[in-house]
Design a binder for this molecule. Structure first.
Ligand code: R5P
Length: 312
């Protein structure tokens, strides 16, 4: 790619965008991303992007639909201004849990959102820990799918958490948990969970021994905190000596932070793919930044270097 590298951002996560730019040692592209008086989103790029290799950073966090529209309009503006290549950098891809129909007359929301981003003009996606890896296939463009497990494992080791039982709180998370376990050492346990209703989880059984051990629950996201705190209760019942948790995306919806605060979990490590909620107890929280990883990936994409080499 010969064109200049330029990076723009929507309004979803300014501190992450600033940290990425600090790593890249470059200023963020100048653009106005605001709102018209009638409530519509308004975008105006304030610099030339013709022939450039452009990246747009936007986490799909609350208010999700608003941030999605910002992303779509920035991409559209870039395409119409003749950017040579547009990469959407989406640290957290929302709607990912709606990646299949679980009953009749439901949308497949993750596919529709992927279609919207491609239709707007994105030519590449850079993201971290999609809820289900198969979502990559919802995009008919290249997807560079980064994983946070190595980063979280390194951080946990530095915090003195080693020789653990890595616990997947549901069957779908086993591969992610295993990647974490391989990097930190220890054994694996798997909880089987079901959803009796929307945003409600119920732990059914666990495979693996945690008695007298340090357990670390590994998940892709913490939304209501139900999955995590339920898993923690089960681990305590089964005799785990101490309980910690690692998750890539800290959504912390509703009273998740309060639930975690009341739970037997000692420490929760999340990354900064999403901004933390403004309120709520956070004494147990540790935040690991993905900015260096995303900056390295942006540079590698720009220079046509391998991304998988980042994880070997
Ligand atoms: C479920 O499949 C996911 O991996 C997470 O366990 C889940 O989305 C967490 O949601 P919540 O915190 O609302 O239980």
């Amino acid at each position: 790619m010969d064109g200049r590298l330029q990076v723009f951002a929507g309004n979803s996560h300014p501190s992450l965008a600033a940290s990425i730019m600090a790593e890249l040692e470059a200023p963020l592209g100048r653009a106005m991303v605001g709102t018209w008086k009638n409530g519509e989103t308004r975008v105006k790029l304030d610099e030339n992007v013709r022939g450039s290799d452009v990246f747009v950073i936007q986490a799909l966090c609350d208010p999700i639909n608003h941030h999605l529209v910002e992303l779509l309009l920035i991409i559209d503006a870039l395409r119409r201004a003749s950017a040579a290549r547009i990469t959407a950098v989406i640290p957290y891809f929302a709607y990912a849990k709606q990646e299949k129909k679980t009953s009749g007359r439901e949308p497949i929301s993750a596919k529709l959102v992927a279609n919207l981003i491609c239709t707007a003009g994105a030519q590449r996606i850079l993201t971290i820990d999609l809820h289900a890896p198969a979502i990559e296939g919802f995009f008919d463009i290249p997807v560079d799918h980064l994983r946070a497990a190595p980063l979280l494992a390194r951080h946990a080791r530095r915090a003195g958490i080693e020789s653990i039982v890595a616990v997947s709180p549901d069957a779908g998370g086993v591969a992610r948990t295993e990647e974490f376990r391989v990097r930190i050492g220890g054994s694996l346990a798997i909880i089987s969970k079901r959803h009796p209703g929307p945003d409600v989880s119920e732990a059914l059984e666990m495979v693996g021994d945690v008695e007298g051990r340090t357990a670390v629950i590994v998940d892709d996201m913490i939304s209501t905190g139900g999955t995590l705190t339920l898993a923690a209760e089960l681990l305590r019942e089964r005799g785990a000596e101490s309980i910690h948790a690692c998750a890539t995306h800290g959504i912390f919806a509703a009273d998740a932070l309060e639930k975690i605060d009341r739970s037997p979990i000692e420490r929760v490590f999340v990354t900064d793919t999403l901004p933390l909620p403004a309120a709520g107890p956070r004494a147990k929280l540790g935040v690991v930044s993905v900015a260096p990883l995303l900056a390295e990936a942006i540079m590698r994409i720009h220079k046509d270097l391998s991304i998988s080499a980042l994880f070997t």
